[in-house]
Design a protein around this ligand. Structure first.
Ligand code: GDP
Ligand code: MG
Length: 171
């Protein structure tokens, strides 16, 4: 008989980096080119089967990146076991914003929170502005998991969530 472990996961990051698209890819395995921006936050759930005896269920809070919703963020990361902090590899400012979210999580969230840094939109390689190596080094220093993904092509999206699942305390 298998066991299911449940964790609250929050997505944070600048507006338009692809947070909602990553969740849609992970939960529904599809991508909308023209999706409406998130208002407040949206909730979705998805399970990952790690092996015959272990299933991880993520309760996902997809937050709105706009500045006017920033004061709501603690409501979503409070009590979260894991966070995905997303930037867009074509937008330099989005990595700075991601770093400020990581700092905020380190100050205010659960001290055991598992954080993954996610550089999204790898399908736009020709417009890349953020070097993989620099982001990886930052992630290593800050103790974060690190993945580059594309919600559009599905590159590394399941890998990202699976790596988080494997990092969770399963006992
Ligand atoms: P959010 O504000 O962070 O939730 O971002 P959205 O998921 O709403 O995406 C913002 C825009 O980026 C939309 O036009 C998406 O279609 C687009 N987008 C999201 N992920 C990708 C991706 O991996 N590749 C490309 N090319 N566009 C993406
Ligand atoms: Mg969104």
């Amino acid at each position: 008989q298998g066991k299911t472990y449940q964790f609250k996961l929050v997505l944070l990051g600048e507006s338009a980096v692809g947070k909602s698209s990553l969740v849609t890819r992970f939960v529904k395995d599809h991508f909308d080119e023209y999706r409406e921006s998130t208002i407040g936050a949206a909730f979705l759930a998805q399970t990952i089967t790690l092996d015959d005896s272990t299933t991880v269920k993520f309760e996902i809070w997809d937050t709105a990146g706009q500045e006017r919703y920033k004061s709501l963020a603690p409501m979503y990361y409070r009590g979260a076991s894991c966070a995905v902090v997303v930037y867009d590899i074509t937008q330099t400012s989005s990595l700075d914003k991601a770093k400020s979210w990581v700092d905020e999580l380190h100050r205010q969230a659960d001290p055991d929170i598992v954080i993954a840094l996610c550089g999204n939109k790898t399908d736009l390689e020709a417009r890349r502005a953020i070097d993989t190596k620099a982001a990886q080094e930052y992630a290593d220093e800050a103790g974060l998991l690190f993945f580059e993904t594309s919600a559009k092509t599905a590159h590394n999206v399941n890998e990202l969530f699976t790596a988080i699942a494997k990092r969770m305390p399963l006992e």
